[in-house]
Design a protein around this ligand. Structure first.
Ligand SMILES: C[S@@+](CC[C@H](N)C(=O)[O-])C[C@H]1O[C@@H](n2cnc3c(N)ncnc32)[C@H](O)[C@@H]1O
Length: 567
């Protein structure tokens, strides 16, 4: 269906699976919850009524389910830690509670303890801001963290517990007893800010946001690189985004299918989640009357439920103008959806006449989006990856370009006083770095997993008359077998997805031993881990610079740029 993709968030399936439809169409919460972090109060109430009917039996069952769920949680956490390291909140808990307290909790196996009841109220003093953008407080028990979105250090807040997690509980502000944080320096400009989970920082002036992000980068390298601080340069100031509102060129509001719509579809003979009718379910008789249905289309709120969002002021004007029409389209056709779905809105130039050409909103995943970065034209399918804040791209590319040029100052020249330069653009997408920097290099090779994006990179090279770039579809590490570039004259740009680089890629990279590595990442934690791994495998690399770039103003996200040189 044009403009829509299936809702793939795993939580959503779980949420729906834990509910059942009553014949009257009302939603009933399941009477028990297996997850140790599930609401304890609700669970206790359900099991009490069962106890009256079945004496001790449910208690035993409940304990068994809890033990199994805890085992699963521990196993999942151990796997995640082995792969990605500890979650940033682990280090934040160590800072706030003390390493020995955290160690004692781990040794006692109490890191998943259901510390507080869901709905329980506490008054806490917010002490720090976590990398996730939430205020962090120490629980009154002094051995647990309370994470409170939209609350800032220095503020005293009355909160209600939402859920328990590893070493911390998530909570929601009920009341600000004091709202005096030095960081609270701006008035949020979005009417949904208090409830929406999308932005975290609209209550802080922009320079404060940039400073916070600098600290996040600093902590990431401190905790995840495994490197001695002496080998790391001071973290540079965060590169600001020229646009701090109306910058996002892509929005993906989503919705869950309301239970009334699901029920109505069933009476028409559609099984749950199916597009095709099952004749055997047809109850015959006259067509049932369509119920009136309210559907929330937007983003997840702090309570995990989808909020109905009519406008998103960090999205571009083009997207916001198009949003009402597309929301209405969903409302008008809600009974045609077998499930919830995600709507795609991409801002595209209408032509390549100039970077200031008027823009249009595109909602079909397969339609072509046009972008112009500096003077380079890019076309890519709306469903494929492209950086979402076009306002900062010239500065980001300018910085990478300057770093590359500066690193050439001491390059050896050949007999004619010339030196060749090569670029490998790993995880190249539709060729942003390769094509914008191609003029600095004799040859460029890009690699990318998505064959669709690689086709775009090739067409984009042609579109811009760039002849020195070739592109390969495949795993990033495969590029090393296809090039014979002189390592001393080679720069590798790495821009992987959030999970960072695979071991196989890092192995191949250090085997090639390129002179320069520029690592750009939307996850500074996996970036720090990978940089640590490169330096550990090959100590001839030096970290020349590290800084953040603010591709996502008003949110806690920060892009990291780290430049390495092998001497
Ligand atoms: C953050 S995007 C960067 C794209 C590009 N550098 C840009 O700025 O437009 C990461 C890209 O890595 C690609 N990717 C993911 N896993 C990969 C892998 N194992 N090997 C190569 N590319 C991969 C994704 O398809 C995505 O296009």
């Amino acid at each position: 269906m044009t403009g829509f993709e299936p809702l793939v968030k795993p939580n959503d399936g779980k949420r729906r699976a834990s509910r059942s439809l009553s014949p009257a169409g009302a939603v009933e919460e399941a009477s028990h919850a297996a997850h140790p972090c599930a609401p304890r109060g609700a669970y206790a109430e359900a099991s009490t009524s069962k106890q009256q009917l079945h004496t001790q039996q449910p208690d035993k069952k409940k304990r068994k389910m809890e033990a199994q769920a805890l085992k699963r949680l521990r196993k999942d956490a151990a796997e995640k830690i082995a792969k990605f390291g500890e979650d940033p909140i682990f280090y934040e808990a160590q800072d706030l509670l003390g390493e020995s307290t955290v160690q004692a909790i781990l040794e006692a196996g109490k890191e998943f303890e259901r510390k507080f009841e869901r709905g329980e109220e506490l008054v806490v003093d917010v002490k720090a801001l976590g990398a996730g953008g939430h205020g962090l407080a120490v629980a009154p028990t002094n051995d647990w963290i309370i994470s409170v979105p939209k609350a800032l250090p220095g503020e005293r807040v009355r909160v209600t517990i939402q859920s328990n997690d590893r070493l911390f509980s998530k909570a929601r502000v009920v009341h600000f007893d004091s709202k005096s944080s030095e960081l609270r320096t701006a008035e949020p400009f979005c009417r949904y800010f208090d409830q929406c989970g999308g932005c975290q920082y609209q209550n802080m002036a922009y320079p404060v946001q940039l400073e916070l992000k600098q600290r996040v980068v600093q902590n990431a390298f401190k905790h995840y690189s495994g490197l001695d601080p002496s080998v790391l340069p001071a973290i540079g100031p965060t590169m600001p985004s020229p646009k701090q509102r109306a910058y996002r060129t892509k929005l993906t509001p989503h919705f869950n299918l309301p239970p009334e719509a699901r029920q109505y579809r069933r009476t028409l003979g559609f099984r749950r989640g199916n597009r095709k009718r099952d004749e055997s379910l047809d109850e015959g008789g006259p067509l049932p009357v369509k119920p009136s249905v309210e559907v929330a289309i937007g983003f997840d709120g702090q309570d995990g439920k989808v909020m109905d969002i009519e406008e998103c002021p960090i999205g571009t004007e083009t997207i916001n103008k198009a949003l009402p029409e597309h929301r209405q389209r969903i409302k008008d056709t809600i009974f045609d959806f077998p499930n919830g779905a995600t709507l795609l809105l991409r801002d595209s130039l209408s032509s390549f006449d100039s970077p200031e050409s008027p823009c249009v909103a595109i909602t079909d995943h397969k339609a072509t989006v046009k972008e112009m970065v500096e003077n380079i034209k890019f076309e890519s399918p709306a469903g494929a990856f492209f950086q979402n804040n076009r306002s900062i791209l010239p500065d980001l590319l300018g910085y990478v370009r300057d770093e590359i040029i500066a690193s050439r100052a001491h390059d050896a020249t050949d007999a004619n006083g010339a030196v060749k330069h090569y670029l490998v653009d790993a995880y190249c997408g539709s060729g942003l770095f390769s094509l914008c920097l191609a003029h600095l290099f004799d040859q460029v090779a890009g690699v990318e997993l998505s064959s669709e994006s690689i086709k775009c990179a090739q067409t984009n090279a042609e579109l811009n008359g760039i002849k020195n770039a070739k592109f390969l579809a495949g795993n990033a590490e495969n590029i090393f077998g296809t090039i014979d570039y002189e390592p001393q004259q080679t720069t590798v740009i790495i821009d992987p997805p959030r999970r960072g680089c695979d071991d196989a890629f890092i192995e191949q990279l250090v085997k090639l031993a390129p002179r320069n590595v520029v690592y750009v990442s939307c996850n500074v934690h996996t970036q720090a881990r990978d940089v640590g791994s490169i330096l550990t495998k090959d100590p001839a690399y030096n970290v020349l610079s590290i800084r953040g770039a603010d591709l996502f103003p008003q949110t806690n996200h920060v892009e990291g740029i780290c430049v390495l040189r092998r001497d």
